[in-house]
Design a protein around this ligand. Structure first.
Ligand code: EPU
Length: 422
């Protein structure tokens, strides 16, 4: 297992290009199952989660390869094993998003029920409710969800809201299944995340008839078949937000290329509130940090609210604010694995239920810390850039799930991060 050694504090300067979105790529890769033939997906990042998804599609019968130009070619001519194996699903929960497309294409699917997760309890009841309302029969067998619709799916009105609002991958699953259902499906309380918009745009390019894209009411007129697609995924707004915090926490100036500020209004608003300058440019923006930063009050919410996937990174930033901040987690109320690790670096944090009160400190101090989940680990990297001394982060494979060679991306702009094999 690799570890990171991070020397801090550093000042960063220069340009970082944002990669394609992991969370847009995964459901779009699954969507290729819906149409037999060769699809080409562009800007898919080189991440371990993408490798896991590729392995999963390979087990279904698909053939995948990376072209020399980086395009991901997925040949779905054969899908003869509609099974999402436990060994793969346990590595990546997002594997669940093959359920809807497999059901629509094969009339049947078996996918391992996702188990525990470092960011808290993550049920899939809404995915199953939606598919059931489209006419699927569902039962559990030896830890596997078995969905069947031998006579096809039938469109109808489905309410997809849950206790924590909409569900991103639940919406993706039902949306994908509905494209090939008979008649009209309406998904009410659909997730509005840019990754769902990207999926819907890709599906329409495949011949689907989805309207209401970007709104909480998706209307899908079922079609008989879809065709393979050539499609480019959107830039990763969470990677962009993480690099924005890297600039802010080190009081530096960074230029981000290939970054869509329109997908990040809640994040940009918070950065400006704490005193960080965010200047839009044609294909990105320039971020300039200042010292000291002001405290803030953040509540995570489904899009267009502040994203839970940037909660940990902003906690690292607010740990250095002048005054008290509060972060309330309303999407995954237990997503606080980073609190104990940031505290080891001298952050002054107090967890109260699904909230954390952050008393700003003058400096963070390097320490050996443990990566626990993807975004919590990113927060530790950010804290390490600002902390005095050498921070070591164990289990960096968590970071590799969602950030492509983060140490090599930050090296040219002045970070001092070395990767070592444990
Ligand atoms: N929920 C239910 N029932 C369901 C599904 C979800 O109650 O059937 C609840 C969840 O427990 C949670 C809330 O609804 O409280 C939202 O969960 P959602 O289903 O939207 O999460 P997800 O689709 O499983 C995606 C991202 C996550 C991101 C969340 C929220 C992908 C591959 N994953 O997960 O990304 O945090 O949406 O925005 O798109 C990450 O990239 O680090 C990551 C965890």
């Amino acid at each position: 297992m690799d570890i990171f050694r991070i020397e801090g504090p550093v000042r960063l300067s220069g340009t970082v290009r944002i990669n394609g979105s992991k969370n847009a790529s995964l459901p779009i890769m699954a969507a290729t199952i819906l149409a037999a033939g060769k699809s080409i997906i562009k800007a898919v990042p080189h991440l371990s989660d993408i490798s896991v998804c590729s392995e999963l599609l390979g087990q279904l019968g698909c053939k995948l390869n990376r072209e020399p130009n980086g395009d991901l070619c997925i040949d779905t001519t054969v899908v003869d094993n509609p099974v999402g194996d436990y060994e793969i699903v346990r590595k990546m929960r997002a594997s669940i998003c093959i359920l809807g497309p497999l059901l629509a294409r094969c009339g049947r699917a078996e996918v391992s029920m996702p188990g525990g997760c470092a960011i808290g309890y993550r049920p899939v009841n809404l995915h199953l409710k939606g598919l059931q309302e489209l006419g699927a029969q569902i039962h559990l067998k030896n830890g596997y969800i078995v969905v069947e619709a031998p006579n096809g799916l039938k469109g109808r009105e489905i309410f997809m809201g849950g206790p924590f609002g909409s569900t991103v991958l639940g919406t993706a699953n039902v949306l994908m299944a509905a494209t090939l259902a008979r008649g009209r499906t309406v998904i009410e309380s659909a997730a509005c995340e840019p990754e769902i918009t990207d999926l819907a745009n890709c599906l329409n390019k495949m011949g689907a008839r989805v309207s209401g894209i970007g709104s909480p009411r998706l209307v899908i007129e079922g079609v008989k078949q879809l065709r393979p697609v050539e499609y480019q995924v959107i830039p990763d707004r969470i990677e962009a937000g993480t690099f924005m915090v890297a600039a802010a926490i080190t009081k530096s100036e960074l230029r981000l290329r290939n970054c869509r500020l329109n997908d990040m209004m809640a994040v940009v608003d918070k950065l400006r509130n704490v005193g960080v300058t965010v200047e839009p440019e044609d294909t990105g923006c320039v971020i300039a940090g200042i010292s000291p930063i002001k405290p803030a009050d953040i509540t995570t919410q489904p899009y267009p609210g502040f994203p839970t996937d940037l909660q940990a990174q902003f906690m690292a930033l607010l740990a250095l604010a002048e005054g008290n901040s509060i972060i309330i987690e309303k999407v995954f109320p237990d997503r606080f694995m980073h609190v104990a690790e940031l505290s080891r670096m001298a952050a002054d944090l107090r967890k109260e239920g699904s909230a954390v009160i952050i008393a700003g400190v003058k400096k963070l101090i390097a320490a050996p810390v443990m990566a626990s989940d993807l975004r919590a680990s990113a927060a530790l990297v950010l804290a390490g850039l600002a902390a005095e001394g050498t921070t070591t982060i164990n289990r960096v494979y968590h970071i590799d799930r969602g950030y492509e060679k983060i140490e090599e991306r930050l090296d040219p702009v002045g970070a001092k991060i070395t990767r070592e094999s444990d």
